[in-house]
Design a protein around this ligand. Structure first.
Ligand code: SF4
Length: 363
């Protein structure tokens, strides 16, 4: 078993219990870490600050230089794995830079398996993402799925994919045999036809492949989430995308409208991509109503409450990972702060959107 990655416990009894389940455990007390099952203790000096910050069930790696790197924070939630930074699309509004997708290192498959095995069975949600997570190849992707299925039998497992690999019949036939019990797939549709979708993802035939992948997912009875990332490029096409979904995929489990994360390609192509969250919401309102009227569930990701109509607050979700989410000073006066997704750190720095605290003196 890989010794570099371990699950944290601040309780010695629990540490021994976890170790008996074949997990690498680091029992943390003051500035000491005792590793089980080896029963080796080390004193951490330079990383004391992070050590104080560690909670039971965090997953941490000791790097070769002796520094600690936290892979999973049990306090923030957000459990998941990015299997590869690579992608077979290159979406114009992608929050990753193209060079990150090409050059960032891929996790070794054995490290992926060891990492997944460190999560507790009681975990509520786990995301498999990338880049495009299926690009690690069929054999490795099946290993990841199988490990998740065995380690997390009660967990809701979400695969974030562009759907193109799921169009391949052989690949799809193999993966559906080993899917976790509570499995769902989220696939984005960027345009209502091939020309618009393929332009945004900068890849030929992507639209046809994605639609085929969606058909396969629905035919197999897997819970499907469709995503519409709203940018300047598709804001006038949103109602057409909703119509496409209603006509072709009425069995979809939920459609999420996504506000932009302003970094990576999205910033490089800012003149083509960036619109305010208010404008993105306004461009989506008719499409949201169409879908709801057709009996399809709808959710909003990355839209702060003060930037959308109150009528739609019940479908706005706290979607931004804690480590990426920022608020303004004024937000402290907002009665919705606890439930609000806030703003991406990068979007806040780039667009500087104006917030209007709700229920405060500005409301
Ligand atoms: S004022 Fe801040 S906390 Fe309140 S809805 Fe807007 S962004 Fe969210």
């Amino acid at each position: 078993m890989n010794k570099k990655m371990f699950v944290v416990s601040r309780d010695k009894k629990e540490a021994l219990e976890l170790s008996s389940q074949n997990k690498n455990v680091g029992y943390v007390k003051e500035n000491n870490i005792t590793f089980y099952p080896d029963d080796i203790s080390i004193v951490m000096k330079e990383s004391e600050t992070l050590l104080n910050d560690l909670n039971s069930h965090d997953i941490v790696e000791i790097c070769d230089n002796g520094k600690l790197y936290k892979w999973y924070s049990s306090k923030d939630g957000d459990a998941g794995i990015a299997t590869t930074p690579k992608c077979n699309s290159n979406c114009i509004m992608c929050p990753a830079f193209d060079f990150e997708r090409q050059k960032n290192p891929e996790m070794d498959i054995n490290d992926m398996i060891n990492f997944i095995r460190l999560f507790p069975k009681s975990l509520y949600h786990f995301t498999i993402t990338g880049g495009e997570p299926t690009l690690i190849g069929e054999e490795h992707f099946c290993k990841v799925l199988k490990t998740v299925s065995e380690t997390l039998p009660y967990t809701e497992v979400l695969l974030l994919t562009n759907g193109r690999s799921l169009a391949k019949e052989n690949f799809f036939r193999h993966i559906i045999k080993i899917l976790p019990n509570n499995f769902r797939v989220a696939i984005p549709i960027h345009g209502s036809d091939a020309q618009k979708h393929d332009y945004i993802v900068q890849s030929e035939n992507a639209f046809d492949q994605t639609l085929k992948g969606i058909y396969n997912v629905l035919k197999a009875g897997i819970f499907l989430e469709l995503r519409i990332v709203v940018s300047k490029l598709n804001k006038d096409d949103i109602t057409n995308i909703a119509k496409l979904i209603i006509d072709k995929f009425p069995e979809v489990g939920i459609v999420h409208f996504i506000g932009l994360e302003m970094r990576g390609n999205c910033i490089i192509y800012r003149d083509d991509t960036i619109i305010s969250y208010e404008e993105a919401f306004k461009s989506s309102a008719i499409a949201i109503d169409m879908l709801l009227n057709a009996g399809i569930n709808v959710g909003l990701y990355n839209f702060p409450y003060c930037m959308i109509d109150r009528y739609y607050w019940p479908i706005a979700q706290k979607s931004i990972s804690a480590y990426k989410s920022k608020f303004y000073e004024e937000c402290n006066e907002c009665i919705m702060k606890e439930q609000c997704c806030g703003l991406f750190t990068t979007s806040k720095a780039f667009l500087k959107p104006k917030v209007t605290p709700i229920g405060g003196k500005y409301d």
